[in-house]
Design a protein around this ligand. Structure first.
Ligand SMILES: Nc1ncnc2c1ncn2[C@@H]1O[C@H](COP(=O)(O)OP(=O)(O)O)[C@@H](O)[C@H]1O
Ligand SMILES: [Mg+2]
Length: 369
């Protein structure tokens, strides 16, 4: 997958700008601080996820003084050219695919599939579990239509169950029906989460030696309410028992204690929890291995790599880790790297294009700014 062309209007500090990019090429976006480097890759990310990772307040992305922003891209997806357009105006997103309006977000998310590394990602180990679940859900939603549908169903059932539990006298029959449907949905979701996490662990582990000469091991543990490796029938049995056990308490607390809405991931370095032992440098290596690993998972599942966005990746990366990262990058992947520090073309053994960003204006080449 490649972004061939990107145009933005009134997005952050970009007034109107249009860029063309090369397939399977590394694009280095160089510039001083606060010039718009991250803004540019944020625009690509926004078109992929329909939100920013930096803020949940989409109106703040509109250039100061403007009324709406627009992001457009021509994306090569499995040999086909897709034209994507998004307009954000008066609190609403208007989506177009090949000039036709798209009504549902799920018909748009992932057509441009972008994977991001940002320095904020180092928080993922200490963030609340919700953030780690979001990470998995975000990827599975892009990869699997059935996952998206079943997750939507589960979230609705969870709300319904909560409403029943909050009643003065909960309707026992209704509670049974909802619980049963929730169990069915969770068997599907747990199986898909488990398979995804196993594959992700395998791909990240393949890459991890690039960062540490093979001296360290990486593991991801999927923590859920049942044994995720068991058969669907067995999982169903375990879930049924768990819900029977907590039914009384759920009625007292008026909330659902057991289920995939409580899932979590644990990351282990050399069999020890990353949160307990890893240094900042090790955490950075793990996150990078996870992100590049994710690109490989997507390649295996969809037949093509996503676009990789690396924000400020070289700051605080020592020379050997930097070389490790570059060595771990697949050849056939389009990459955007922002940097405030000079980058040498000799670091890469593949096509690289250089751009300089200065006050929301991007020009090809390296300029002393
Ligand atoms: N809505 C907005 N309108 C205009 N400028 C904005 C808006 N949001 C952010 N900016 C500007 O964008 C710049 C930061 O861009 P960013 O891409 O984060 O910088 P960097 O080049 O360091 O990655 C700042 O100058 C900030 O004032
Ligand atoms: Mg930045």
């Amino acid at each position: 997958m490649n972004v061939q062309k990107l145009s933005v209007s009134d997005y952050r500090n970009f007034e109107t700008a249009s860029f063309s990019f090369d397939p399977d090429t590394i694009h280095i976006l160089f510039g001083r601080n606060a010039q718009g480097k991250t803004n540019l890759i944020e625009a690509i990310y926004f078109l992929s996820h329909l939100r920013s990772w930096r803020t949940s307040k989409t109106p703040s992305l509109i250039r100061h003084g403007a009324e709406l922003f627009r992001i457009e891209a021509k994306v090569e997806n499995k040999g086909r050219l897709e034209s994507l357009k998004l307009i954000f105006s008066q609190g609403k997103k208007y989506l177009f695919r090949n000039d036709k309006p798209v009504q549902t977000f799920s018909n748009f998310v992932g057509i441009l599939n972008a994977v991001l590394f940002s320095p904020d990602d180092l928080q993922i180990f200490s963030d609340p579990p919700k953030e780690r679940r979001k990470l998995v859900d975000m990827e599975l939603v892009k990869l699997s239509r059935s996952y998206t549908n079943v997750l939507g169903r589960f979230n609705k059932l969870l709300k319904d169950r909560s409403a029943v539990l909050k009643a003065y006298k909960p309707d026992e029959v209704l509670l049974d029906t909802i619980t049963e449907q929730m169990i069915e949905a969770q068997v599907v979701l747990i199986s898909q989460r488990y398979a995804f996490i196993k594959l992700w662990e395998a791909k990240a582990s393949e890459i991890f030696p690039c960062f540490n000469e093979g001296k360290e091991t990486l593991h991801i543990r999927y923590k859920t309410c049942v044994d995720p490796a068991s058969s669907p029938d067995e999982m169903k049995k375990q879930l049924t028992q768990a819900y029977q056990k907590t039914r009384q308490k759920d009625k007292q607390m008026k909330t659902t204690a057991v289920g995939i809405h409580k899932d979590d991931l644990e990351f282990y370095l050399n069999e020890r929890l990353v949160t307990q032992t890893a240094s900042q440098g090790q955490k950075r290596s793990i996150v990078l291995a996870l992100k590049v690993g994710l690109c490989k998972v997507i390649k295996e599942k969809t037949g093509q790599h996503p676009v990789l966005l690396l924000d400020d990746v070289f700051s605080e990366l020592d020379e050997s880790r930097r070389a490790g990262l570059i060595a771990s990058l697949p050849d056939e992947i389009q990459i955007f790297i922002t940097t405030a520090e000079p980058v040498s073309p000799s670091w890469f053994k593949r096509p690289v294009r250089f751009y300089t960003i200065d006050h929301g204006v991007m020009k090809e080449g390296i300029y002393d700014v």
